[in-house]
Ligand binder design. Structure first.
Ligand SMILES: Cc1ncc(COP(=O)(O)O)c(C=O)c1O
Length: 384
């Protein structure tokens, strides 16, 4: 497909509102001036609303989300901290790897792919082994499994003086959250996913209890020293040069979410899109990868039907229909395809993706049920 007529239905980066593109071409400003301080303040206020952070601190770091994860573990974990990491996919593996740079006592609890940790599992492991910190991924993007027990796990960890560090890279903006109320110690979010902003920045939330750990730490990192970041934050600055154009864009995306669409509706769109995807996939005869209780609303993972290769499917969807989706990754490579239901979710985009999927599978030799009227499934979920 030629020209610009494509849609990104990837697990990031996702399409961004027009205003965010325009914002990136704004004239450069001094990052030590009132102009940047104002942008920074607005960005942080917007993020606080999206993640429900009435207390604690929020940072927007100039790095990809992996940098945010590194900042979290580097500031919160000490060599002797007993860390339990729940691993249910590639991103949980990566967070575990990052934690091993800072703690010598990282214990991995392997979970079946397509599932997510539950409160019962966390309690069992913590009570059996003892822990200073628990790590988990809110929305495991490599499998499409969502951890709905985060509020209960956070409450349990807080009551027991355990730090809970959450990779929320693909849950931020897709799900309503109350991080301060829940008691999450540290949470890392991505901007290029459900916040519909460009890649290159990471969100980091840290609770008041989290700070007690940070300041106690003997050695903190240099670029990501959160104590230094907090000092600069007092005057709405960052210690080092921030990606100013990306801050402009993130501010525009947050304005789009909060003022143009409205936060409640933004979340509802993600829920409606997911409902439509899951119903349509099942009616087409495609098996959804995670069991219903773990299904993510932001990452839709379907098993590849027998005889369909992921590279051929993603290429056909891109070249014939202009719809970009992804294959599996890590242990799910060659087993599943992944659709990002993130950011600018709309009935039109969901319909176009499902029609492209149906058409591509048929072209590649898999017969989907002809009776699936994609448009009416989508419209019903969006309440039209
Ligand atoms: C759950 C999760 N964690 C971490 C990352 C890493 O993000 P980045 O590539 O922005 O560093 C991703 C990226 O897709 C992700 O989905």
């Amino acid at each position: 497909m030629d020209g610009q007529d494509w849609i990104l239905m990837l697990p990031g980066p996702t399409d961004v509102p027009e205003a965010a593109y325009r914002a990136m071409t704004s004239r450069m400003i001094n990052h030590r001036d009132e102009g940047f301080r104002q942008v920074h303040r607005e960005v942080l206020d917007g993020i606080r609303k999206v993640i429900g952070a009435e207390s604690g601190d929020v940072f927007v770091l100039t790095c990809s989300s992996t940098g945010g994860i590194e900042a979290a573990v580097a500031n919160l974990l000490d060599r002797n901290d007993r860390v339990i990491s729940f691993v249910n996919g590639l991103f949980a593996e990566r967070m575990t790897e990052a934690a091993r740079y800072y703690s010598d006592k990282v214990e991995v609890i392997e979970l079946p792919l397509g599932t997510a940790p539950t409160l019962e599992q966390v309690k069992r492991e913590v009570e059996g082994k003892g822990a200073d910190a628990v790590l988990l991924v809110h929305n495991e993007t490599s499998t499409g499994a969502y951890c709905s027990d985060v509020p209960a796990i956070a409450e349990y960890c807080r009551r027991n003086g355990i730090a809970l560090i959450v990779d929320g890279v693909t849950s931020i903006g897709g799900y309503p959250m109350g991080l301060s109320r829940w008691g999450v110690t540290c949470f890392v979010g991505g901007t290029q996913k459900c916040l519909a902003a460009p890649p290159g920045l990471a969100v980091l939330y840290i609770s008041e209890e989290g700070w007690e750990r940070v300041v106690r730490k003997q050695r903190r990192p240099h670029y990501f020293d959160l104590v230094t970041h907090r000092e600069f934050m007092k005057r709405w600055e960052t210690p080092f040069t921030p990606a100013v154009s990306l801050f402009f864009a993130l501010r525009a995306s947050l304005q789009h979410i909060l003022e143009v669409v409205g936060l409640e509706r933004w979340f509802r769109n993600h829920a409606a899109g997911a409902g439509a995807f899951y119903e349509a996939l099942e009616r087409m005869g495609i098996e959804v990868f995670p069991a219903p209780e773990f299904r993510s609303r932001t990452l839709i993972a379907g098993r590849l039907p027998a005889g369909i290769e992921d590279a051929k499917l993603t290429r056909t969807m891109k070249e014939r229909y202009g719809v970009h989706i992804a294959g599996g990754m890590g242990k799910t490579k060659g087993k599943i395809f992944r659709i990002g239901n993130m950011g600018m979710v709309s009935p039109e985009r969901v319909t176009r993706t499902l029609e492209a999927l149906k058409g591509s599978l048929n072209e590649l030799g898999f017969r989907t049920a002809d009776s699936v009227d994609v448009r009416s499934v989508v419209e019903r979920h969006f309440g039209r």
